[in-house]
Design a protein around this ligand. Sequence first.
Ligand code: PMV
Length: 307
Amino acid sequence: MVSTIRTSAPGKLMLLGEHAVLHGSHCLVCAIDRRITVTLTPRPDAVVTITAGFGRYEGRLPELPDDECFRFVLAALRRHSDILPSGCDLVIDSDFPNVSGLGSSAAVTVAAIAAAFVWCDFSWSADVLHAASLAVIRDVQGTGAGADAAASTYGGLLDYCAEPISQRQVKHLPPIEVLYSGRKAHTTEVVAELEARRREDPHQIEAIFHAMDEGCGLAVNAGAAGDWQKFGEIINRNHELMTELGLSDTNLDSLVHDLQADPGISGAKLSGAGKGDCIVGIGQVENAEFAHERLGLQITRRGVEVA
Ligand code: PMV
């Protein structure tokens, strides 16, 4: 019997094009230097156990009853139950800061499916892993562009499009500063609210998505040239567009503006669905008095890995 398999995948941060990417636009997403590790040990029976810092699960294949804490891993196992040789013990370790918006669901999905593929001796590529992960994310959430799964799979800074799926590495990686807003955002709710507004006023919302798509193209060129001043200006403009979409408010704006005001930062914006989660700045904070909670994250080229 195969002994233990260990895989890991990084979390993610959205830099540009949130929401618009769900409607065919490009976005910029990056992998962060914090990872989720999955350790899989095959069992001689059909039992599946999952152990993580936040809970424990036990069920049997092929049914695997659902559990709120482990929705993504269970959906991943269920979707691949026809190729799994038996049950298994899974241990999940995360070195993420305990805040949302950093792509833990996608990272654990990518790492768990990679572990299952290795275990089954399945011939896979990064593209196959990304497609399988996106299918699981859509099973669980009902929506999702797959930018988070792309960052967790390929690593780096990606120019990503979901329709049709394409991803391209941006040549240089900017230094980033990430703050936690102190407020959890609910991505599926925010996406549904914005979708309702888009149905009411498609012209206005789609014009903003179009401006986001253009900004993404300009940012890819700035990133290719390592022009972080220009890149930061595009990030600032994207925050204005997110505000026009109703995704910010005065409290979040004031955090963004404090980061934008730092001399070491060329641009800053809300990251992710909006209405909370993280704020990302391009550059490094220079003002020693800067008061907000800094997460100390950087972009990494490391994508999914099999140990
Ligand atoms: O809330 P986050 O960090 O998972 O980002 C969501 C980004 C959206 O474009 C709103 C949704 C998606 O699937 O891309």
